[in-house]
Design a protein around this ligand. Sequence first.
Ligand code: FE2
Ligand code: FE2
Length: 282
Amino acid sequence: MRFVFLTDTHFGDGIPGYYQQIPYHNKINSIMDALKDWIKQDGNIDFVMHGGDMIHECSAESLKQAVDLFQFDMPFYHTLGNHDLDVENSLELWLEHAPHFFNGGKPEYSLEFDGITLHSITSHYGEDSFFWGPTQDFRFDPPEHEKLIEKVAKPGIHIVVVHVPAFGIPAVQMGTENEHHPIIESYNKDILALREACPNLACVLSGHLHINSCKIDGDTAFVTCAALTESPFEFKVVEIDEKQINMQTISLIDQVDFKANYDFEKTSTQGRPIDRNFSFEF
Ligand SMILES: [Fe+2]
Ligand SMILES: [Fe+2]
């Protein structure tokens, strides 16, 4: 299984809210063209996976445009992020306009390539599922979490994609005194419970923080990816078989058809070498 993982495109974001590097949301068409060219040249990608916050604000119009933009010559899948769910009828809108972004037409799904199973689960943000209201009280829907525990307990190698990561960014990476964006304990425990249940959870892939990070704990890599639409336009290539996993971070800054700047005061966004690339055997 070899796939592209990208995240936090924030399509339609006129005035950028949260960002880590210089945002170029208005250049998303050029960035997507560069990505599609890269995939074509590589010639060996099975599918493309988006880690959430595809659109900045959820509406029928932005979803229709996103469906046009996120067309690939191969399967494309999405895991919902908080910005994808910022109106009360978000799920209804997604299922009406973009059900094909979810394998089987529902946001909780699994897919299997070459004997490796990837699972998508939605992070929720308060008592109302599939609606990011005023709180960032990260949680899972208990029945869906339970179902996923059962799925990952099955033999074989598993990957989980979830928008909000299990961990914040360590202070040592950020050059700060404290961890960046610490994650509430109950949510962290719920992700770690998946690892406890799983004989081989190779990787948990996330977005949300717009920063590249990687924490390898035992045989599991907890990865967050920078936002594709922020300079230098990075995504991951994950290659995995029953023996090993390899992840690389790729930048499109030399491929886009416009001149992009970069904030050298915030190189921590791109991560240390260990946050960008890794390879290990099971
Ligand atoms: Fe985001
Ligand atoms: Fe997010």
